[in-house]
Design a protein around this ligand. Structure first.
Ligand SMILES: [Zn+2]
Ligand SMILES: [Zn+2]
Length: 247
């Protein structure tokens, strides 16, 4: 599996980090985890044709995780070269209603051929070349974390969350855990993680590698990665937009 970090930031405009988006290339599938603003054009930057993406899994409906669905689908609809593979966009319960509201606002401009809008819940689903396990997180009602297993490797994406034992279980012994770290310890915000909470989840889950992401600018100013590295044994990577990681 190859991971491309497209956006390692949040809703805050920040020249170093765009909103959430991660592309995963598997043997057959190309997957997007979240589609925050800026995701679509950055796919091109990392050499992925957006028409090859066949699954988008949304962690929750906040704009910094979903706003680029609009340019993505508009571009898909009006592409000169038509999409070959069907496109499946997955969100938690309520996603069909959420999409239908977007569709009303944008007429049918975001309704290309071969689009499938799907809802999912906690549980396990098997696809051609991967297995997806989803688990609830503590952020907003619609929020899920995902574990993707393929080619004998596993990667977990926390989405946005507060400290959660279910995330510890989902991430158990995974090869790579992409985990949010929105705020430094002294500025804890409910529904998000601090470096010390990230470290606790990392140590309890025994994830082999960590990618620290969803960083507000203050996290770089206060060097949260240093705090995490002092507390965990696992290899710890600071996410950067356009960084490529072999899983
Ligand atoms: Zn967010
Ligand atoms: Zn959020």
């Amino acid at each position: 599996m190859k991971l491309h970090i497209l956006g390692s930031g949040t809703c805050i405009p920040y020249e170093r980090r765009g909103s959430s988006g991660y592309a995963l290339r598997l043997s057959k599938s190309t997957i997007l985890l979240d589609c925050g603003n800026g995701t679509t054009w950055k796919l091109g930057k990392v050499g992925i044709n957006y028409l090859e993406v066949n699954h988008i899994f949304l962690s929750h409906f906040h704009p910094d995780h979903t706003a680029d669905l609009i340019p993505f689908l508009f571009a898909t609809k009006y592409a000169l070269v038509k999409r070959v593979k069907p496109l499946y966009i997955w969100g938690s319960r309520g996603f069909k209603g959420f999409f239908s509201a977007l569709n009303n606002a944008y007429n049918d401009w975001i309704q290309p051929d071969k689009l499938n809008i799907e809802e999912l819940d906690e549980g396990i689903m098997k696809f051609d070349d991967f297995t997806l396990i989803s688990g609830k997180t503590l952020h907003i009602d619609s929020s899920l974390a995902y574990r993707i297993e393929s080619e004998g490797k596993s990667i977990v994406y926390s989405g946005d969350t507060d400290y959660s034992e279910s995330l510890v279980e989902l991430a158990r012994d995974s090869d790579c855990l992409i985990i949010e770290c929105s705020m430094p310890d002294k500025l804890k915000v409910k529904g998000h993680l601090t470096p010390t909470e990230v470290s606790k989840i990392a140590n309890k889950s025994k994830a082999k590698r960590l990618i620290i992401s969803h960083l507000y600018p203050i996290c770089d100013e206060l060097d949260v990665i240093k705090v995490i590295r002092e507390q965990v044994d696992a290899e710890t990577i600071l996410a950067e937009d356009l960084l490529e990681v072999e899983i």
